[in-house]
Write a protein that binds this ligand. Structure first.
Ligand code: CO
Length: 147
């Protein structure tokens, strides 16, 4: 071992896959009837991002359905290009979001905006898709108490 500190951006658990939809109600019905989803959370608003979200549990991760209620939301722009909705981002957990952001910047990646509180109540940040092979990546600080 050398004296350098361990990397802060440690690829953690796949917390969820973000899916944009023009209608959470209809998307829930699709996941229920076509894929047999049974554990479906109650939709709730995330005012800071102008969206309504709903989590559907799969055994090893969650689907985050995202419906904009505000035209200024980035999700609204996504739906203008993809009117039927589509896969929007993947979210991995990291142990320390501030350390991860600092390290990403040192490594030349573009972190989008300031950290904000995400749908699971812990800080999140997005990494620009051009740094990640076209995939919009959300990093989320691992919740302290279970999942
Ligand atoms: Co997300």
């Amino acid at each position: 071992m050398n004296a350098e500190s361990a990397p802060a951006t440690i690829l953690g658990r796949l917390n969820h896959i973000g899916v944009a939809t023009p209608s959470i109600v209809r998307a829930i019905e699709t996941y229920r009837t076509l894929l047999g989803a049974t554990v479906i959370g109650a939709p709730f608003d995330l005012p800071a991002q102008g969206v309504r979200v709903c989590f559907i549990d799969a055994p090893n991760t969650q689907i985050e359905l995202i419906e904009p209620y505000d035209d200024s939301s980035p999700i609204a722009g996504f739906l203008r290009k993809n009117p039927a909705g589509g896969q929007h981002h993947v979210c991995f957990e990291v142990p320390d979001i501030a350390a991860a952001i600092a390290e990403l910047k040192v490594n030349g990646a573009t972190v989008l905006g300031e950290p904000r509180i995400g749908a699971h109540g812990t800080p999140i940040v997005f990494v620009h898709p051009r740094d990640m092979g076209g995939v919009l990546v959300e990093l989320m600080e691992t919740p302290k108490t279970g999942h």
